[in-house]
Ligand binder design. Structure first.
Ligand SMILES: NC(=O)C1=CN([C@@H]2O[C@H](COP(=O)(O)OP(=O)(O)OC[C@H]3O[C@@H](n4cnc5c(N)ncnc54)[C@H](OP(=O)(O)O)[C@@H]3O)[C@@H](O)[C@H]2O)C=CC1
Ligand SMILES: O=C(O)[C@@H]1CCC=N1
Length: 274
C-alpha cells in the first residue's frame, strides 16, 4: 500500500477498526494521525497502535495527504466548517468520508468546493479484519486516489465499488447496518434457547457456532445458491421444514425487505438533515 499520511478526524468505533486493520497490515503508525475531543481515548489509541494523536483537527489535517471523516453525521457540518476556516484550501488532499447520509455535494460545499472526495460505507466487522465496504467516487477522483482509498479499506476486509452515489445507501442497507440484523436474529435465537433450558453461555455457543458455520459454508461454496444450502438442511417431513414454514408464514422475506428499505429511507432523510 502506498505510504501517505492519513488523518482520522473522529476516533470512535469505525476509526479504531480502520486503524487496527491498517496496523495489522503493517501500515506504519507514524503515518497515521487521529483526532478526538477525548484526550484519554487518544492516549489509549496511541499506546495501542503507535499512532500520532491530537485534539486539533486542523493540525492533523495539515500533516496528512488523506483525511478520513469519521465523526457522526450530525457533527460533520460543524467540524468541516471549522476545518475549512482554519486550514483554507485542502489543496490536493484526498478526503475519504465514512459517514452515512452525507453526500459528496454537501461535503464539497462544507469543504470550500473541494472535489477530491471518496465516500465509503464500511461495517463494524472491520475491527477483526472481516469488514465489508462499498466505495463511491465521482468521476474527477484520480485512479491513484481511488486505489489508495480501496487499499485502505481492503486492509480491514472486502470492498466493492458502486457506480452511483445513491448505491451507497443500498450498501448501508445490505452491509453497513447489517451486522446489527444478524446480531438481533442471534439474540432472539439465544433468548429462546435459554427458555428451552440452556445456560446463557451454552445458548450463545450454540447460536454463534451455528452462525459461523453457516457463514463459512456460504463462503466455501460460491457455486451453491443460498436456497440450495438451506434445502440441504431441510429434510422432507422433518424439523427444519417446520421451522422454515413458520418463518415463511410470518413473512420473513417481507420483513427483511421492509427493514432494508427503512435503512435507505433514513439515509435519504439524513441527506436532507445534515
Ligand atoms: N458504527 C458503524 O457500524 C458504522 C458507522 N459509519 C459511520 O462512521 C461514522 C463514525 O461512526 P462511529 O465510529 O460509530 O461513531 P463514534 O461516535 O464511535 O465515533 C465518532 C468519534 O468522533 C468524535 N468527535 C465528535 N466530534 C468531533 C470533532 N469535531 N472532531 C473530532 N472528533 C469528534 C466523537 O467524540 P464524542 O463521542 O465525544 O462525541 C467520537 O469519539 C459515522 O458518520 C457513521 O455514519 C459507517 C459505517 C458503519
Ligand atoms: O447506524 C448508522 O447510521 C451507521 C451507518 C451504518 C451503520 N451504522
Amino acid at each position: 500500500m502506498e505510504q501517505r499520511h492519513i488523518a482520522f478526524l473522529g476516533a470512535g468505533n469505525m476509526a479504531r477498526s480502520l486503524i487496527a486493520g491498517l496496523r495489522a497490515a503493517q501500515f506504519p503508525g507514524s503515518l497515521i494521525h487521529a483526532t478526538d475531543p477525548d484526550a484519554q481515548k487518544l492516549a489509549q489509541l496511541a499506546g495501542e497502535f503507535g499512532i500520532q494523536v491530537t485534539t486539533d483537527n486542523t493540525a492533523a489535517a495539515r500533516a496528512a495527504q488523506v483525511i478520513v471523516l469519521a465523526v457522526k453525521p450530525q457533527y460533520m457540518a460543524q467540524m468541516l466548517e471549522q476545518l475549512t476556516a482554519e486550514l483554507g484550501s485542502l489543496e490536493d488532499r484526498l478526503v475519504v468520508s465514512i459517514a452515512a447520509g452525507i453526500k459528496v455535494a454537501r461535503l464539497s460545499q462544507l469543504l470550500g468546493g473541494h472535489r477530491k472526495i471518496v465516500r465509503c460505507m464500511p461495517n463494524t466487522p472491520a475491527l477483526i479484519g472481516l469488514g465489508m465496504t462499498g466505495l463511491y467516487a465521482p468521476g474527477e477522483v484520480s485512479d491513484s486516489d481511488r486505489a489508495f482509498a480501496e487499499a485502505m479499506l481492503q486492509a480491514v476486509g472486502k470492498t466493492v465499488w458502486v457506480p452511483s452515489e445513491a448505491d451507497i445507501n443500498a450498501v448501508i442497507a445490505a452491509s453497513g447496518s447489517a451486522p446489527a440484523y444478524f446480531f438481533l436474529f442471534m439474540q432472539h435465537m439465544a433468548e429462546e434457547a435459554v427458555r428451552l433450558g440452556f445456560s446463557e453461555a451454552d445458548a450463545r455457543l450454540l447460536v454463534q457456532q451455528t452462525a459461523l458455520g453457516a457463514a463459512q459454508m456460504v463462503i466455501d461454496n460460491p457455486a451453491t445458491s443460498l436456497v440450495t444450502l438451506r434445502e440441504q438442511v431441510t429434510s422432507k417431513g422433518g424439523t427444519t421444514a417446520e421451522a422454515v414454514r413458520t418463518f415463511e408464514e410470518g413473512k420473513l422475506d417481507e420483513l427483511v425487505s421492509r427493514a432494508m428499505q427503512a435503512a435507505i429511507v433514513r439515509a435519504e432523510e439524513m441527506e436532507q438533515l445534515f
